[in-house]
Ligand binder design. Structure first.
Ligand code: M6R
Length: 608
């Protein structure tokens, strides 16, 4: 999704802005631009496509000035071309504005502005907002922005500058994240922390409905009326090294390889082996409150939705609490049956996904208690839920989620233990679950040591444009996740299915050109999945099986196997997904795809 960055201070702004945009590339974008106050006016540079195009355009002629804004655009209103790229200016050309989000009543405002003589150079809702600010400007940018925002409906994270007030930068948020960075005589604003880290660790998280007025040596937060708001200053503990590639060719590969450590970090400090349970103090719920939960709804999008499905299997099996898993985008517009005995869990890597945030807000409005399993510290979901736990997986930069997924499943395992031990789970079962969880990081190391095997399989199996991923029980969601990984970064059409469902339709697709990936560890449904492999082989399909060590039956049937260590049935997705992540990665690399920034995708989907 769009990336917003702004700077005001003693240094030249353009280089800082370009560097900030580079750090936000992972969010996904299709054009970029900057605007700098150069002493006489606003100097705007924009270019369609990758940031390198913009850098080429400004390389000989970097605009001079110490106040500026920069933007990477992920197209919503209008094609991804240069005129639609941000920043946009008002009618006078003296105010420049960047925007992440969607102004829903932009059509009506545009019409009214056209009638009053405005002319537009783009198809965007953002230019409409810039013109509205310009029309309301009477020598006070702060007031003009507040007045304009009072007229708009929709989501925005904006930053605005004016050549008439060269010592000011105004930003505001409603529905799209914004963070203020506080440096030595300089201030920043950005969509996330990544552009700020090399300059400062002191940040202020803006909430919806808030504006910030930045000067070189100060800042003030207010609402859209007149009220000033006191905000705490937070310290970010991620350092720059953790958001850099550290010798890996891609962030995705780095993040896949980080999983032994990220998983250990998710579990660290939570496991109470002696008592066979987990401590999840961030839930902010007493034992009595946890026991009173009658039903759980887990809501999320994409990969996080897949981990939610695994959570459903774990919680129902070990804690015996009924669980439903809902796409957040569906939940938010349904009329769900939710009450104060319903626990609604939102799962999100970014903590900013618009649909997940809205679903949690709706659940709360209906009286449910909400908790979040979130990776990004200080993100909106993390701040709005009643409780929860951070994943501590570290920053995930690759658009394809990898380490966040395994950490989400681990966090759900912690929750399962906590809920289970307050109900029927015995201390021995609890201890056994903890021992299996504790063994996972080393088991992932074992899998990663066989990366070269996966490379060969990627060469051998994925030569066409389609693939099928099949699993049963708790590995059905793992099959969904494996298929999603392949399609999003290699653009190969891949489908995940419960293996037994194959004969109700997808079996028609099976022939010698269709690679079928089975997740078939030695578990409670092993004999069933062996039958499903037989069905595929009988139709000439090519089978790649992710299976347990020494499984001669599957080795005999499958065209190729990749073995994973033995663990408890419920935890197998954490191991099975690792070779599938690597497989997608190597297929995408071989096809020459942009692994970390796949086409059309955004890391953090902050519009619905
Ligand atoms: O930040 P979130 O976990 O809320 O993001 C949800 C999805 O947008 C995300 O998982 C998406 O599906 C990824 N591209 C998957 O790799």
């Amino acid at each position: 999704m769009c990336g917003v960055v702004g700077y005001i201070g003693p240094r030249q702004a353009a280089a800082i802005l370009l560097d900030g945009l580079r750090r936000m590339e992972y969010r996904g974008y299709d054009s970029a631009g900057i605007a700098v106050l150069n002493g006489t006016g606003v100097k705007v540079h924009k270019a369609a496509g990758k940031l390198a195009n913009l850098e080429r355009e400004v390389s000989d002629n970097l605009p001079s000035g110490t106040v500026g804004i920069g933007h990477t655009r992920w197209a919503t209103h209008g094609a991804p071309n240069t005129p639609n790229a941000h920043p946009h200016t008002d009618q006078s050309g003296r105010i420049a504005l960047i925007h992440n989000g969607i102004i829903e009543n932009a059509g009506a405002i545009r019409k009214a502005l056209l009638q009053r003589g405005h002319t537009f150079t783009s198809e965007t809702d953002t230019e409409v907002l810039a013109h509205l600010v310009g029309e309301l400007y009477q020598g006070d940018l702060e007031e003009a922005v507040a007045a304009a925002l009072r007229e708009v409906d929709g989501a925005y994270g904006i930053a605005v500058i004016s050549s008439d007030e060269p010592d000011l930068l105004v930003a505001a948020r409603n529905g799209s994240p914004l963070i203020v960075g506080i440096g030595e005589n300089e201030r920043f604003v950005a969509s996330d922390a990544s552009p700020l880290l090399e300059h400062t660790r002191s940040v202020v998280y803006l909430d919806d409905g808030e504006m910030v007025i930045l000067t070189r040596d100060g800042y003030r937060v207010r609402d859209l009326e007149v009220k000033d708001i006191d905000k705490p200053v937070n310290q970010i503990d991620w350092d720059l090294a953790t958001i850099e590639r550290g010798g890996f060719e891609h962030f995705m590969l780095k993040e896949i390889c980080e999983q032994p450590e990220s998983l250990a970090n998710t579990l660290r400090g939570h496991l109470l082996e002696e008592e066979g349970t987990a401590r999840v103090s961030g839930l902010n719920m007493t034992d009595d409150e946890l026991v009173a939960v009658e039903r759980i709804i887990i809501t999320a999008c994409g990969t996080s939705w897949h981990s939610a499905l695994i959570g459903e299997y774990m919680i129902e099996e070990l804690a015996r609490v009924p669980v439903e898993v809902e796409y957040a985008s569906e939940f938010r517009y349904r009329n769900p049956v939710v009450n104060e005995r319903t626990l609604v869990i939102g799962i999100s890597q970014s903590g900013e996904t618009a649909d997940t945030l809205a679903a949690l807000r709706e659940a709360r409005r209906r009286g449910a208690r909400t908790i979040g399993l979130v990776n990004v510290v200080g993100s909106t979901i993390a701040r709005e839920v009643d409780g929860g736990t951070y994943l501590h997986a570290g920053p995930e930069v690759g658009v394809a989620s990898t380490k966040a997924f395994t950490s989400q499943v681990a966090a759900l395992a912690l929750l399962t233990l906590r809920l289970g031990r307050l109900r029927n789970l015995s201390i021995l079962q609890g201890r056994q679950f903890i021992q299996a969880l504790t063994a996972l990081p080393a088991q992932i190391e074992q899998i990663l040591a066989k990366t070269d095997e996966v490379k060969v399989l990627a060469e051998r199996f994925f030569t066409g444009n389609h693939a099928l991923y099949l699993g049963r029980g708790v590995n059905f969601p793992a099959a969904l996740e494996g298929a999603l990984k392949l399609k999003e970064i290699s653009y190969i059409h891949a489908e995940g299915y419960p293996a037994a469902e194959m004969k109700h339709g997808p079996i028609a697709l099976i022939d010698e050109n269709m690679p079928v990936v089975f997740i078939a560890p030695r578990d409670a449904v092993h004999s069933k999945i062996v039958s499903n492999i037989e069905e595929v082989k009988a139709r000439g399909g090519k089978v790649l099986a992710i299976c347990s060590e020494d499984d001669s039956e599957i080795e005999r049937l499958a065209d190729a196997t990749f073995t994973i260590p033995q663990t408890l049935d419920l935890l197998t997705p954490i191991l099975a997904i690792v070779p599938l992540q690597l497989l997608s990665y190597y297929v995408a690399v071989r096809r020459g795809c942009n692994v970390d920034q796949p086409r059309n995708l955004a890391k953090s989907v902050t519009v619905e």
